[in-house]
Each structure stands twice: as structure tokens, then as C-alpha cells.
Write a protein that binds this ligand. Structure first.
Ligand code: ATP
Length: 238
């Protein structure tokens, strides 16, 4: 299977503070990879480095066959990489519709951007009902849907998702996980999913990557982490 993302020996951090140390991982096209690990393990830092928000201090990242070194954030987005950060990053003062339009602002194919917007409304019925409501009027679940919807309007190949379940009811989390699975299976989307909610992440993931203190300590089929209690206990502490 081809890997849309290949990370080799990646290190990065905040100023002089190193966080990621020699991270190597491979994300197969059309799959969901769950990045797991305790608070402070470096999961968010990994996503920020991959999306170009943080500059790596070493190592290599290949995305869709091209080296990402020195590529600016806007170009990464055009090449098909979308990042939905923790805290969601929607614009609270703008309406649902305006937030979604932001997701397609740079797209040259206006007709397809509009089609993608209609698809988002079909995927997330609450957004369609509240399209003229401001971001700050939405529930936590609706904000997460909006952040995800806005990213999907760019028709990304790779979605970097940080804690989509944060603050959501289990039912909404389950819906979002099922949707991710569906997008991977039907549209060939690839997802790198950072989650504290290990059970729900492993319920849809193909691969589990466990991080600790800025390093990858294990990468294995998700089914193995789901089914092997000894392994789970050793690496995830439950
Ligand atoms: P969490 O689930 O708590 O977000 P995480 O695995 O995503 O954990 P990171 O947020 O990547 O971990 O944090 C990794 C390390 O980097 C931590 O030690 C944290 O204190 C440090 N760190 C995170 N953000 C910054 C920042 N802006 N400046 C300096 N250090 C930071």
C-alpha cells in the first residue's frame, strides 16, 4: 500500500525547547492512523509541525510524493493537506455559511467549492439548519462539525485532526468517527487523528501510533491495540 505521508527522523519544538525527537512514521493512503499517548507526549506538536505551523529542526516529511521542507502553509493546503486544530479555530463572529465559505476561499474551482459546501450540509444536518447562526451560537458538537466541514470543502487528501471528541457527547463523537471512516472508505481520504479518547479512536482506526516524551514508542495495527489487553496496558495504561 502506498503511503501518502512519510515522516523520517522528525524533530521540532518551541524555540530552544525540543519536543519531537526522531519521529518516524508512515501513514498509508486511505487509512486512519490514531496518534495516542499521555498529555504532553507531543501529539499536537506533531500535527503543528506537519501542517507547517512549526518549523522542523531535523528530519524529513514526504507528503504525496513531495518533500515538504520549506513549503509554506498556503501551498500545503493547495496540495491537499488540511489541519483542524484543537479548539477548532472557527470564527465565532461569522455565520456557519461564512465560515464554510472561508474554507473554499482560495479554491479556483468555484463550482466545486459550492458543491462541497452542499455536501457538508448533507453530512451535517444541524449545520444546514443553522447556516445563518453565528459560530458562537453553536453547541460544541456543531462547532466541531463546522471545523471539520470547513476543512472538507478544500477536498483534502490528508486531514490532520486534533482531539475532535473534546467536550462532545459520546453519541456525537461516534457520529464523527463513523463519518471519518466513511470518507476514507468511499473518497480515499487519509486521516491522522490525535485523540485522548483512545477507545473511540481505536474503534475506527487502521493503525495506532503511541507517543511518549516526544518519541514514537509503538506503531501497530489498531486491532492489535484494541484486542491485546497486555499491550494496551503497557503502552496506554488501561
Ligand atoms: P495534550 O494532549 O495535552 O495536548 P500532546 O501530546 O498534544 O498533549 P503537546 O501539546 O504537543 O502534547 O506538548 C508537548 C510538549 O510541548 C509539552 O511538554 C508542552 O508543555 C510543550 N509545549 C506545548 N506547546 C508549547 C508552546 N507553545 N511553547 C512551549 N512549549 C510548549
Amino acid at each position: 500500500m502506498t503511503a501518502i505521508l512519510e515522516v523520517e527522523g522528525l524533530s521540532s519544538g518551541y524555540g530552544p525547547v525540543p519536543v519531537l525527537r526522531d519521529v518516524t512514521l508512515s501513514v498509508p493512503t486511505g487509512s486512519i492512523t490514531a496518534v495516542l499517548g499521555a498529555n504532553g507526549a507531543g501529539k499536537t506538536t506533531l500535527l503543528r509541525t506537519l501542517s507547517g505551523l512549526l518549523r522542523p529542526t531535523g528530519g524529513r516529511v514526504r507528503f504525496d510524493g513531495a518533500d515538504l521542507r520549506g513549503v509554506r502553509v498556503e501551498r500545503l493546503v493547495r496540495r491537499g493537506l488540511a489541519h483542524v486544530p484543537e479548539g477548532r479555530g472557527i470564527v465565532a463572529e461569522l455565520t456557519v455559511e461564512e465560515n464554510l465559505r472561508l474554507g473554499g476561499l482560495w479554491r479556483r474551482d468555484r463550482a466545486d467549492a459550492r458543491r462541497a459546501q452542499d455536501e457538508v450540509y448533507q453530512l451535517f444536518a444541524p449545520l444546514a439548519r443553522r447556516r445563518r447562526h453565528a459560530g458562537h451560537q453553536l453547541s460544541g458538537g456543531e462547532r466541531q462539525m463546522l471545523a471539520l466541514g470547513r476543512a472538507l470543502i478544500a477536498r483534502p487528501k490528508l486531514l490532520l485532526l486534533d482531539e475532535p471528541s473534546l467536550g462532545l457527547a459520546p453519541r456525537v463523537t461516534a457520529q464523527i468517527m463513523a463519518l471519518l471512516r466513511q470518507l476514507c472508505d468511499s473518497d480515499g481520504l487519509t486521516v491522522l487523528l490525535v485523540e485522548q479518547n483512545v477507545r473511540s479512536a481505536l474503534s475506527v482506526a487502521d493503525q495506532g501510533v503511541v507517543m511518549s516524551l516526544g518519541r514514537v514508542v509503538m506503531a501497530t495495527p489498531a486491532a492489535q491495540l484494541r484486542d491485546d489487553a497486555t499491550l494496551r496496558h503497557a503502552y496506554l495504561g488501561f
